[in-house]
Design a protein around this ligand. Structure first.
Ligand code: FAD
Length: 180
């Protein structure tokens, strides 16, 4: 048996010409066989929209506070979506989620969601390997970070080095004026 996380590979059309043989086995696994005790089992539904989004604007710890995150990331996502004519969604690094800036359903990365949008914007995200795992296959990556040596720039197609508190509002304003 194998399992795969959503979005980690490209789905190919089924080859209906191949035939397989179904062999039925009955497994009688008890808790003592497992060496563990099952306390409960639950089915969790992942938010599917983020992994299917064409545009994602993600914020990281560089946003500093929940207010900073909300005031920067949401307006930029909205204006980018209007400008490119597709809905944009908000993503986040794990540190942003752990800092309470947004909820876990927005987390991109190894323990979050794997995404492959047309455009991925990383704002105030350093580019830890666990984050890159979830977004490095995006078509176009734009990174905004004040540290010119941030690892995110190694996977970015476009980079802006500077303070996000200045860059993001002016980028949002510019996109709004272009889209108007
Ligand atoms: C088992 C495991 C699983 C993990 N899974 C995930 C995962 O799924 N997703 C994930 O994201 N992480 C994951 N992590 C955590 C990961 O290692 C990093 O800690 C996390 O990604 C860092 O988040 P960040 O880039 O927002 O924060 P930081 O690494 O603190 O980076 C903040 C960045 O913001 C920049 N910055 C600060 N202020 C400004 C400013 N004013 N203007 C511009 N830039 C600024 C800084 O230069 C810095 O590069 C995992 C870790 C482990 C051990």
């Amino acid at each position: 048996m194998s399992t795969a996380r959503p979005g980690v590979m490209q789905a190919l059309p089924a080859d209906n010409t191949r035939k397989g043989e179904v062999l039925e086995y009955v497994f009688n696994i008890t808790e003592s066989d497992l060496g563990a005790r099952i306390i409960s089992a639950e089915l969790r539904q992942l938010t599917s929209e983020l992994k299917d989004a064409a545009i994602i604007v993600s914020g990281g710890a560089g946003c500093k506070t929940k207010e900073g995150f909300e005031q920067c990331i949401f307006p930029l996502a909205e204006s980018m979506g209007k400008f490119l004519g597709q809905e944009a969604m908000v993503g986040a690094s794990r540190l942003a989620v752990e800092s309470g800036f947004t909820t876990r359903s927005h987390q991109v990365g190894q323990t979050g969601q794997t995404v492959k949008p047309r455009v991925y914007v990383a704002v105030g995200i350093s580019g830890a390997v666990q984050h890159l795992t979830g977004m490095q296959n995006s078509d176009i990556i734009l990174a905004i970070n004040k540290d010119p040596n941030a690892r995110i720039f190694k996977v970015a197609d476009f980079g802006i080095v500077g303070n996000l508190e200045e860059i993001v509002p002016s980028l949002t304003k510019e996109l709004n004026s272009q889209g108007a």
